[in-house]
Design a protein around this ligand. Structure first.
Ligand code: NDP
Ligand code: MG
Length: 389
């Protein structure tokens, strides 16, 4: 039996992961499950799957979790330290599906055991990619991409030499505001931004998809995973979300990955890797679909993509600032105190305010430096957001 842990088990990716585990219960031994506010779901899944330990990220919810687990034999724990301790528990496969930079420390800890980390938490790669990759290398751990575009690229690259790659194209649905003029975008509401045309995902990534911040993060993620130059990474708007990514080779060939927009494909691929096994995802009927459409993204209306390019040029801690400012700006948009297009302005402003500091810091990344810069960027974004009001 394979020992598996799922961090962010109560979320959209976590629940899809658990769905796959439940379909083959004899194959897995569940070590740790984590959540934050959804104690009922966390406890229920931990009991059903016979987990060793369930951890909530919220210290103050420990008693609730204990009561929910009473008599089950599942150990309860709470807080950031408990998450890190759970990530140190030996497991053969660990899903990193916490949302936000909060996923970084447990992910780094998991890598220290030299295991396989299935990485959905793109924020940790954006905020501290080189650190994660160095940790994986130092401990002989493997990071498998779970983001659908990066899983697609990884699959298209199987058996290929990365030196033969000319370009990597990741697709974007374009979100609900794909065709909106800039003026109208300014008045986009939270409800509108929370409706994704094709994918069913957590609230934060759904809004990030509408603003194209999700794609911007994925461009940076592509650079980290595959080590290509920023100029080799392209974004293509593809409203149907059936082609997830394409890899262009030096001989002109383009290898595309197609599949239904269902995260259980990418999760299942990482779970079964290096094998392919049956997965409960819809099969595409291309004759019925008939046609697919593509067009170039508009960086004027969606500045997040331009900002990602600037971040990749600056390198070092620019990704940390970008991610932290984006998370903070998103909090403000969700709270209703900044507008939809203010989010990219806030991120750009924070990057500008910290530009002198970023150029001084070069590429030296340690967890302490990342956390320090993350906190500083959040403070600056906070001040700017308050001034905007
Ligand atoms: P959800 O919001 O659905 O789930 C987030 C998970 O993280 C929940 O388990 C939540 O707990 C937990 N959590 C929230 N805050 C904290 C915290 N401060 N510390 C520890 N745990 C916390 O998100 P998704 O599942 O949509 O996304 C998870 C990650 O996967 C993100 O990085 C996202 O970008 C990435 N991803 C998601 C895709 C998708 O289709 N959903 C596609 C590709 C990538 P609780 O719910 O109990 O409060
Ligand atoms: Mg994606």
């Amino acid at each position: 039996m394979r020992k598996v842990s799922v961090f962010g088990a109560t979320g959209s990716i976590g629940q899809n992961t658990i769905d796959l585990i439940r379909r083959d219960p004899d194959a897995y031994n569940v070590v740790a499950l984590s959540g934050a506010g959804n104690i009922r779901q966390l406890a229920q899944d931990a009991i059903d799957l016979g987990a060793e330990i369930a951890v909530t990220a919220h210290d103050h919810r420990l008693d609730d979790l204990r009561s929910a687990l009473a008599g089950s034999g599942v150990h309860a724990a709470a807080g950031e330290h408990a998450l890190i301790e759970a990530a140190a528990r030996p497991a053969d496969w660990i899903m990193s599906a916490i949302v936000g930079a909060a996923g970084l420390a447990p992910g780094l800890q998991a890598l220290k055991q030299g295991t396989t980390l299935a990485l959905a938490n793109k924020e940790s790669l954006v905020t501290a990619g080189p650190l994660l990759l160095a940790e994986a290398q130092a401990h002989g751990a493997r990071i498998l991409p779970v983001d659908s575009e990066h899983s697609a690229v990884f699959q298209a690259l199987a058996g290929e030499d990365i030196a033969a790659v000319e370009r990597i194209i990741i697709t974007a649905s374009g979100g609900p505001f794909r065709d909106w003029p800039l003026e109208k975008l300014r008045s986009a509401t939270l409800d509108m931004a929370c409706t994704h045309p094709n994918w069913d995902m957590g609230k934060r990534i759904t809004i990030d998809s509408a603003s194209m911040f999700n794609k911007a993060m994925e461009v940076i993620e592509t650079r980290e995973y595959f080590g290509v130059k920023p100029a080799q990474i392209e974004v293509l708007v593809h409203p149907e979300s059936l082609v997830h990514a394409l890899v262009g080779f030096r001989d002109g060939a383009l290898m595309a990955h197609l599949g239904a927009p269902d995260m259980r494909h990418a999760i299942g691929y990482a779970l079964n890797w290096p094998e392919r096994r049956d997965l409960p995802v819809a099969r595409l009927d291309l004759a019925r679909i008939g046609q697919l459409s593509f067009h170039a993204p508009d960086e004027q209306r969606f500045p997040a993509l331009r900002l990602a390019r600037e971040v990749m040029e600056t390198r070092g801690l620019a990704g940390t600032v970008f991610n932290a400012a984006k998370e903070q700006a998103l909090d403000h948009f969700i709270a209703g105190d900044v507008g939809f297009t203010d989010m990219s302005e806030l991120v750009e402003q924070t990057l500008n305010d910290l530009s002198a500091e970023l150029s001084l810091n070069g590429d030296i990344l340690t967890l302490d430096r990342v956390l320090e810069m993350d906190a500083q960027a959040r403070r600056i974004t906070e001040h700017t957001a308050v001034r905007m009001n």
